[in-house]
Design a protein around this ligand. Structure first.
Ligand code: AMP
Ligand code: ZN
Length: 497
């Protein structure tokens, strides 16, 4: 590993500080992923790109990175900006919308938008995480965590759910400044539930036997609170303490504040040693968001003729610690700059092919520019300077492109390869034709289902209708629907209906 230091702003300590890893040279990094109820917009991708650039920069100085980024497919409610989220589940609401009509059920909707998301992800040259866990596939872990928090006295059950008691966690508010004291002063409005002990207590489990996605738990039918998934999945794949945790600025509170409370109460250890948050992508000075309707999707811009790498270029052109305005002009500037990289790439390929004799006249200059670009990235991801340095390199390459020696062309190629590794703006990195959709949401184990159907029939014969019903509901929660027909019980995979 090189001696270089990677410095990043830390939301917790409110200062730029070196990114330190528990295990030398190995970064364990968790970044909150999308809620797959609709197409992700390019604002979401601005945040995912920050994570991508962290990984590329860390790798450029020789670090190993284990990167986990989740898919939220249950539990994210429409009024999620308050401690105890209220409103409807975003997934369920999407199904009942006009767009949702094309889907038979909420599982199918999640699968469709997850596929679309992965496609956009690959087009924008984002590196794949080692693990991309889904909330619905970590139900057991979430239920166990809620039970443990109740046992420890950090959580309690009411007729409507299980709540984390913020009073039991004295440092609640340390990330966002939304301490209990401040919350009581009305800094943040919170949804009132008369059974809650404290206004700021937030849900670990919502009881709801009418919900489209429900699981059976010791607290009855229902679904987990949104924050819990990240606590259990981060711990499962990265350990008790992370080196770095990331998300968009709106996640500081309540999402990350609540993740910290849950995780630290569960493990007794710090949850993450460093926190970074990306400021919003804006349109006309307003946050780009689905609810405001002022958003662009990647596919919309592609249909308008944008190159996906130009979208990437425009989205990383401003530093992540400042809001960025997205305009037609920023996209067309990015298209122009991207063109220079493409021309340089073609020029060095032609130069290598031509094999002209002569000295390497550009290598030293390009080396220096690469170092400056890397140093800018190491300085709290200063993408605007890094891109300017990278672009200067194209000027060096294109200056004598026609007569370039093979030695110069080799240096040019090495430069562009390294710039692409660092910033991902020279050429596509994914073979999109080979890009496979994710595995089916529902894993089918036919023998087990047949056995459960037999168990259910036996239960019915023994007049144990509660057990029979339980078996049906359990399978349903896994995405397997049982249908009783005159010929007997048949089963169908709901997402393949
Ligand atoms: P969601 O799909 O709503 O769970 O959001 C996914 C990620 O996108 C989260 O980290 C959000 O903080 C982030 N995000 C949402 N809107 C924007 C925006 N306009 N600019 C940057 N990041 C955003
Ligand atoms: Zn999260």
């Amino acid at each position: 590993m090189s001696e270089k230091t990677f410095r990043l702003y830390d939301t917790m300590t409110r200062q730029v500080k070196p990114l330190e890893t528990i295990e030398p040279g190995h970064l364990r990094f968790y970044s909150c992923g999308p809620t797959v109820y609709s197409y992700a917009h390019i604002g979401n991708f601005r945040t995912f790109l920050t994570a991508d650039l962290v990984i590329r920069t860390a790798k450029a100085i020789g670090m190993n990175v284990t990167y986990v980024s989740n898919i939220t497919d249950v539990g994210h409610l429409t009024q999620d900006d308050v401690a105890d989220a209220g409103g409807e589940d975003k997934m369920a609401r999407a199904l009942s919308s006009k767009e949702g009509e094309q889907f038979n059920n909420v599982w199918e909707l999640a699968e469709y938008y997850e596929d679309a998301f992965l496609d956009d992800w690959a087009r924008l040259n984002l590196l794949a995480p080692q693990v991309r866990p889904r909330a619905t596939q970590h139900m057991r872990e979430q239920i166990v965590a809620a039970e443990q928090l109740i046992e420890q006295g950090n959580a309690y059950e009411t007729p409507s759910g299980v709540y984390f008691n913020v009073e039991s966690f004295p440092t609640y508010g340390k990330l966002s400044g939304n301490t209990q004291e401040n919350l009581k002063k009305g800094v943040r409005e919170v949804v009132l539930d008369e059974n809650k002990r404290e206004q700021a207590d937030f849900a670990l489990w919502k009881k709801d036997d009418k919900h489209l996605m429900q699981w059976y738990s010791p607290f009855g039918w229902g679904f987990p609170g949104w924050h819990l998934e990240c606590s259990v999945m981060a711990r499962k794949y990265l350990g008790d303490t992370l080196d770095l945790h990331a998300g968009g600025e709106d996640l500081i509170f309540p999402h990350h504040e609540c993740e910290i409370a849950q995780s630290e109460a569960l493990t007794g250890k710090p949850f993450s040693n460093h926190w970074i948050h990306t400021r919003f992508l804006q349109v006309n000075g307003e946050k780009m968001s689905k609810s405001l309707g002022n958003f662009y999707t990647v596919r919309f811009l592609l249909e308008k003729g944008a190159d996906p790498l130009a979208i990437r270029y425009a989205l990383i052109s401003g530093v992540y610690t400042k809001p960025l305005n997205f305009t037609d002009q920023s996209l067309s500037d990015a298209m122009g700059n991207l063109e220079r990289f493409k021309r340089s790439d073609a020029a060095v390929a032609a130069g290598i092919e031509a094999g002209r004799p002569g000295d390497d006249l550009i290598g030293a200059n390009l080396e220096e520019l690469y170092d400056q670009a890397l140093d800018s990235m190491l300085n709290d991801l200063n993408t605007s300077v890094a891109l300017a340095k990278a672009l200067e390199g194209t000027r060096v390459i294109l200056r004598d492109a026609e007569s370039m020696s093979a030695a110069s062309a080799d240096s040019g190629k090495r430069y562009l390869d390294r710039i692409n590794d660092l910033l991902g703006i020279v050429r596509p990195e994914h073979d999109l034709d080979a890009h496979q959709s994710h595995a089916p949401v529902v894993k089918v184990d036919e023998a087990r289902i047949e056995q459960l159907i037999a168990d259910r029939n036996n239960a019915k014969k023994a007049k144990d209708y509660a057990l029979a019903d339980q078996i049906r509901k359990d399978l349903d929660a896994e995405g397997i629907e049982l249908r009783d027909t005159p010929e007997g019980t048949v089963w169908v995979v709901k997402s393949a209906l």
